[in-house]
Design a protein around this ligand. Sequence first.
Ligand code: NAP
Length: 326
Amino acid sequence: MKKNVVLYKALSAPLMAKLAAETDVTSIPDPTSAEGLARLRDALPHAHGLLGASLRIDEPLLALAPQLQVVASVSVGVDKYDVAAFDRHGVLLTNTPDVLTETTADTGFALLMATARRVVELAGLVRHGQWHGSIGPAQFGTDVHGKTLGIVGMGRIGQALAQRGHFGFGMPVLYHSHRAKPSVDERFGARHCALHALLRDADFVCLTVPLTAETKGLIGAHELSLMKPSAILVNIARGPVVDEAALIDALQNGRLRGAGLDVFSQEPVATDSPLLRLDNVVPTPHIGSATQETREAMAACAVENLLAALRAERPKDLVNPQAWRG
Ligand code: NAP
């Protein structure tokens, strides 16, 4: 008999066909709406697998799904999942690393460039008919090439950023991670350092750490005060890694040149957030991996992981190997 899968993210036709060939699929496009939640609750008691993203899955939800074997997340970040609860229930959790690395690094660099060169602000000036002559110093941006790039979290995406900064823009690279990575030092001429030293010396600080208990609030008022007033913060990690109120304060009071933000403490960001009124902020709606090619590759990866787990094969991208009983 086919296993039951609850799908809470749209899939392309080929991926849907692949999934439906091996499983019975129940699609719940918006599991956070009242109607979607009710349908999810009905489906969970029979579900062997879940596939989707951005839905918090924790103890109460897992308790409704006694047959559940695997949750295949269409994301690399796993902060929405209570992994300890997954382990207690013997449910496998998979993610989609690697396939989104380059695209997310592209997004990081796009934000870095757009903030430094004030692309969005000045495009708005043109669009609104306020380009009356040659622009002057009040509209000048700041150079990117040759400046110091600081990367907090030198993992897959951090290294893809380092590659862009080092080879593309001749930037000296500093990084802060749990440990030094000699291969990274060698490839990108990078230097591992303490967080406070990175914040003090970098012209661009890019956050690429996962959101964990350890990284929540990692960049607060004190950390922001260590940064150069001419520096730019780029957050492509998760919103809660930064104390948003402290960031707003620093930006409003000229203690930071600007910020490129793909992620926020609350998403979608509140329309009355002061961040949206600041010209020196470039906000994007969590688009790190949002290209057609990469989202399709992520979905394909999640389908592979889910089907493998349901066939009792070890999935390639297992987040909690401790729950594997293969
Ligand atoms: P990864 O390869 O696991 O890299 C994460 C790095 O963070 C690791 O190298 C780790 O250092 C470091 N780290 C973890 N905790 C740290 C801490 N407390 N202090 C300093 N460094 C710490 O993950 P990835 O694939 O690069 O993805 C990183 C994160 O980016 C994801 O978890 C996700 O939240 C975010 N992301 C966002 C988007 C978006 O749309 N904006 C898209 C993709 C990913 P060690 O190696 O030394 O342990």
